[in-house]
Design a protein around this ligand. Structure first.
Ligand SMILES: Nc1nc2c(ncn2[C@@H]2O[C@H](COP(=O)(O)OP(=O)(O)O)[C@@H](O)[C@H]2O)c(=O)[nH]1
Ligand SMILES: [Mg+2]
Length: 331
């Protein structure tokens, strides 16, 4: 193991010369580190892929390339090579297993043991993972943890925390956008995304919201599209025996980025060559804003009465809407 780590350290030094940002994925055994790498590489997580202890790999994210290093607990605590690496890395992702209180507490204990060794300039992203599990520790409870309060009070650091499910992808790209933009100094990737149309579907594929941003986009019937997407998802989950949905479907000059959260699905049409991870995080933001709007006023009838005010909460979309003629009368 130490031979491999000294090899990795040398490799990291070399990639520092090439100015490729470097990120370490840390967390206790079983928290979801390898799943992070799998999602970054393949866009999905499956239960039967080989899971590794230590992994060192370059991945592309939007238009950036980053070097990712997964290190297990023992390595991160004990290896002097790893201590070297930790002092020079650009970003750290700590995966917190939120499946139970015991796991959360163990995670914070682990984070504390390393915290002093991380330079102040290193951005730290905490992923409160496994939010898809019904008994997982609720995010507000996790934020109340005294250990976490201490970490957040360290105002000199660039730190952020997101509740995510690496398995289903929920919130994952929003969280990664944060750390990647900190590490690369690039503006968020959604600038590299051109939303053309958004459709929000209820369970079963019934359209609840539909808005076209680009007048040149041909308006396919949203009920038909909803039916198609829900059929694709049922097929995908039956054939692959997984709860995840189709992520991206390319059609002609466009692609549909599909996310599913809490019974709702969103389909965001973007340019075929747009960044998928950016489009996914944008789709998540739109769906979150939509769900908030619904929660605020559940009596609102869909689809007729919800207009697109909720879209204006998302800066990038608000800009698009400003450029459009008023279309209120459509709903
Ligand atoms: N339910 C659920 N399981 C997850 C999630 N992320 C990872 N897992 C599972 O947790 C187990 C350990 O994940 P792995 O990535 O190997 O953890 P590592 O030891 O930190 O690398 C695997 O069975 C994963 O499928 C998640 O968000 N939700
Ligand atoms: Mg692993």
């Amino acid at each position: 193991m130490s031979g491999y780590l000294s090899f990795i350290r040398d490799k990291l030094m070399a990639s520092q010369e090439e100015k490729i940002p470097q990120c370490a994925i840390l967390g206790l055994e079983g928290s979801g580190k390898s799943s992070v790498i799998s999602r970054l590489l393949y866009g999905t997580v499956s239960d039967d892929q080989p899971m590794q202890q230590t992994c060192f790999i370059n991945v592309s994210y939007g238009k950036s390339t980053i070097t990712i290093l997964e290190a297990d607990e023992e390595t991160s605590r004990e290896s002097p090579y790893f201590q070297d690496i930790l002092g020079k890395i650009d970003g750290i992702v700590f995966v917190i297993d939120s499946q139970s209180l015991r796991h959360v507490e163990a995670s914070f204990e682990y984070i504390f043991s390393l915290f002093d060794k991380i330079p102040q300039t290193t951005s730290i992203l905490f992923l409160a993972n496994k939010t898809d599990l019904p008994d997982s520790v609720p995010f507000p409870d996790l934020l109340q943890d005294p250990a976490f309060q201490v970490i957040m009070d360290d105002i000199n650091r660039s730190v952020s925390i997101y509740p995510v499910s690496i398995k289903t992808g929920e919130n994952f790209y929003t969280a990664f956008d944060w750390v990647i933009s900190r590490m690369t100094g690039r503006t968020p990737l959604r600038e590299e995304v051109t939303p053309k149309r958004v459709i929000i579907l209820q369970e079963g594929g019934v359209p609840a919201f539909d808005h076209t941003f680009d007048a040149s986009v041909e308006e396919h019937d949203s009920t038909l599209l909803g039916g198609l997407i829900s059929a694709l998802n049922i097929m995908a989950s039956t054939i692959f025996e997984s709860e995840s949905v189709m992520d991206v479907v390319k059609l002609g000059g466009m692609k549909m980025v599909i996310r599913k959260m809490g019974g709702w699905s969103i389909v965001l049409f973007v340019d075929r060559d747009d960044s998928e991870s950016k489009a996914q995080s944008l789709a998540e933001e739109i769906l979150n804003a939509f769900q908030e709007e619904k929660e605020r006023d559940p009596s609102k009838d869909l689809p007729k009465q919800i207009k697109y005010e909720f879209l204006t909460k998302i800066p990038e979309i608000a800009i698009l809407l400003d450029q459009q003629p008023e279309r209120d009368d459509e709903y």
